[in-house]
Ligand binder design. Structure first.
Ligand SMILES: [Fe+2]
Length: 297
């Protein structure tokens, strides 16, 4: 898949690529606008302005927002849907520029914006499926047929990073959804940590079989973008895992139209994210699509 491409860091289950500066700057700008827009819609008596250090300047206010899940997923809401569509459009443009798109048939909708800091830790990290425990996303309900893209966007990615681990073989009995990532503990002990630098502006393409965990070593926020893709080429091992999230994927042609002719939306108001400790395989931030062309007729 990466043959002929300029790969920066290369392992069996993980490759990274340096992004084009213009595409990356556009993505940073759109996510900054999304965060500022969320702040403005929540703290209506304050004025928020984008700046180079807005993550540090507004860190208490950002961490006080009600639309961030325990695993740090920064959810779009009704009042921030325009800004979120701009992020989707910028993400599609960035992905298109990599030349990787021809290898994939569908992509997860919506994309994920992730916020990580050790100011959000403690009880959150003790949850059964905390991303700070070593895991593969197959254990969280993803299909083995998918691949993940991680892109650190801004903030302290060096200390609030993701660490990756590979192993020689994967036991078939663990290729399923697990109620607690601790059940993968023995497997984790047999795996080997990769010497990966997690850098701003570098795009990481990871196989679903890779083990990984979120690192939280700094109070400074790291923001990143993530989305999952289904490759065109199917392998024998791709039949494992859950089908619970299948309905969240759209064909890649359609995914590229989001933020253009298709509008991704979530009707929920900007208020407290509520969750129970019940472990479910569904994605936390499901959203719907409207075809704007149909509204014109
Ligand atoms: Fe994960």
């Amino acid at each position: 898949m990466t043959k002929g491409m300029s790969v920066k860091q290369s392992y069996s289950l993980l490759k990274s690529f340096q992004l084009n500066e213009l595409n990356f700057a556009r993505l940073q700008y759109s996510v900054t606008h999304f965060v500022i827009s969320t702040l403005q819609n929540y703290y209506t008596d304050r004025l928020f302005t984008p700046s180079k250090n807005f993550l540090e300047e507004y860190d208490d206010e950002i961490l006080g927002l009600p639309n961030i899940t325990p695993n740090g997923l920064f959810l779009p809401k009704k009042s921030t849907r325009n800004a979120f569509n701009d992020v989707h459009r910028a993400a599609a443009s960035m992905f298109n520029s990599t030349g990787l798109a021809k290898h994939f048939s569908s992509a997860h909708m919506p994309i994920s914006i992730r916020l990580i800091t050790n100011k959000r830790a403690g009880d959150l990290d003790a949850r059964p499926r905390s991303s700070t425990k070593l895991h593969t996303d197959i254990w969280a309900g993803e299909s083995a047929a998918t691949m993940m893209l991680f892109l650190p966007l801004m903030g302290d990615a060096a200390n609030n990073s993701i660490s990756f681990y590979e192993m020689d073989s994967f036991p078939v009995e663990l290729l399923r959804s697990l109620t607690d990532f601790k059940y993968g503990g023995e497997l984790a002990r047999k795996s080997c940590q990769l010497d990966v630098d997690f850098n701003i502006g570098e795009l990481y393409l990871a196989d679903s079989f890779i083990l990984h965990k979120t690192e939280k070593k700094s109070p400074k926020i790291r923001l990143s973008l993530e989305f999952r893709l289904v490759p065109k080429q199917v392998l024998a091992s791709d039949g494992y895992g859950s089908k619970a999230r299948e309905s969240d994927y759209v064909c890649l042609d359609k995914w590229f139209e989001i933020g253009e002719d298709l509008f991704v939306y979530n009707e929920l108001p900007l208020r407290d994210y509520s969750y129970s400790d019940k472990v479910i395989d569904k994605y936390a931030g499901s959203a719907k699509l409207i075809d704007l062309r149909l509204l014109d007729s």
